[in-house]
Ligand binder design. Structure first.
Ligand code: RB5
Length: 148
């Protein structure tokens, strides 16, 4: 699986760490920036990554900012992106089982590297359950069309 990854300055350190972790596991990773701890705006990086997923270049992406909140808010504006902000293993697992999340948002200023590795592992290996959860996911898009 090819994985897209991006962060802002607050997520840069954790992004660099997770990228290396994935490469060591022989996974293919594309890094959409940022490339340093110099201050940048997280929506720019969320946009690049989400657009690439929606063009089918990648099935899954990882976005990291300070809290993960800005990245998740931005990513969830893109139709077809289901971004899950995860700080624990249970949320990571169920965001895949029940929500078919295709973007994982991590908080670089909150979660340590060891926990982040485990979150990424469980998120990557867990398959979507489908069934009634597919119906609910389809409804997200229906509801979005009705929202003014
Ligand atoms: C940057 O200071 C910080 O606001 C950003 O990384 C993120 O946490 C926003 O949600």
């Amino acid at each position: 699986m090819k994985i897209a990854i991006a962060s802002d300055h607050a997520g840069f350190e954790l992004k660099s760490y997770i990228k290396e972790y994935l490469l060591k596991k022989k996974l293919s990773v594309e890094d959409f920036g940022t490339d340093s701890e110099e201050s940048v705006d997280y929506p720019d990086f969320a946009k690049k990554l989400c657009e690439s997923i929606l063009k089918n270049n990648f099935k899954r992406g990882i976005l990291i900012c300070g809290t993960g909140v800005g990245m998740s808010i931005t990513a969830n504006r893109f139709k077809g992106i289901r971004a899950a902000l995860c700080q624990d293993l249970y949320t990571a697992e169920f965001s895949r089982l029940h929500n078919d999340s295709n973007v994982l948002c991590l908080p670089g200023r909150i979660v340590g590297k060891g926990l982040a590795e485990k979150i990424v592992d469980v998120w990557l290996k867990t398959e979507f359950e489908g069934g009634r959860h597919k119906r609910r996911i389809d409804k997200i898009e229906e509801v979005a069309k009705e929202v003014k």
